[in-house]
Write a protein that binds this ligand. Structure first.
Ligand code: GTP
Ligand code: MG
Length: 209
């Protein structure tokens, strides 16, 4: 299996700290402890990533990584961590909102939910907000290894019901960071969107010339 290089670029809390990049960018978002950092490590086939904390709710910055000099992945702070006071929650929320709405290089969000859980209020709020703002996302339901095959298909049905329309029901990627289930599928969706973004950027550059 290919091991990807992941160079830590910077951590940012506000727009002026975002790094200048020219690659398609993908942001990993989801509830606290859902498995964002594990998913990143599984995708990159790396045991460690600098800057991924082991304490839930501790990632309070947007961490930017350059992947194989081709892509940017950002690890967003998880939302809905119970032990974080409401004032801090609000600060995180505005930080993430600002990033998602303003970041020009953002190609898509990797929206991660827990396959074992029914969609939470916070997940649904994020979905509606993304839809309302026309932000593209790839939906990933992770920790699938923790369920039996029967439970898995039951949960897949529920999540699709909450998140997908009939036309886009194939967009849900069922994942496990433990046994890398769904890895190939997720890479193929990421690569497809990255290629589209690159083609768009090239076309714009040609027009400017
Ligand atoms: P925060 O950054 O703190 O919000 O957490 P996170 O979303 O980055 O979650 P993290 O990747 O740290 O995973 C949380 C816990 O779930 C860890 O104990 C992981 O080992 C476990 N975990 C994550 N993904 C999987 C998975 O696919 N399968 C199994 N069995 N465990 C997982
Ligand atoms: Mg994390």
């Amino acid at each position: 299996m290919k091991v990807y290089s992941a160079e830590f670029l910077t951590g940012a809390v506000s727009a002026k700290q975002y790094p200048k990049v020219s690659h398609p960018e993908f942001a990993f978002a989801g509830q606290s402890n859902v498995g964002k950092s594990s998913l990143l490590k599984s995708l990159l086939n790396r045991k460690k990533l600098v800057r991924t904390s082991s304490t839930p709710g501790k990632t309070q910055e947007i961490n930017f990584f350059e992947i194989n000099e081709k892509l940017i992945f950002t690890d967003l702070p998880g939302y809905g961590f119970a032990r974080v006071p409401a004032s801090v929650q609000r600060k995180w929320q505005s930080m993430i909102e600002q990033y998602v709405l303003k970041r020009k290089s953002l190609t898509a969000l990797i929206f991660i939910v827990d396959l074992r859980r029914d969609p939470t209020q916070l997940d649904l709020e994020l979905k509606h907000w993304l839809d309302a703002n026309a932000i593209r996302y790839i939906l990933v339901a992770t920790k699938s290894d923790k369920l039996s095959a029967g439970e898995r298909s039951k949960q897949v049905r529920k999540i699709k019901q909450a998140f997908c329309t009939e036309e886009d029901s194939d967009k849900l990627v069922v994942y496990s960071s433990k046994n890398n289930l769904g890895r190939k599928e997720l890479w193929s969706q990421i690569t497809k969107l990255a290629n589209q973004q690159n083609a768009l950027t090239n076309a714009e550059e040609n027009q400017e010339r």
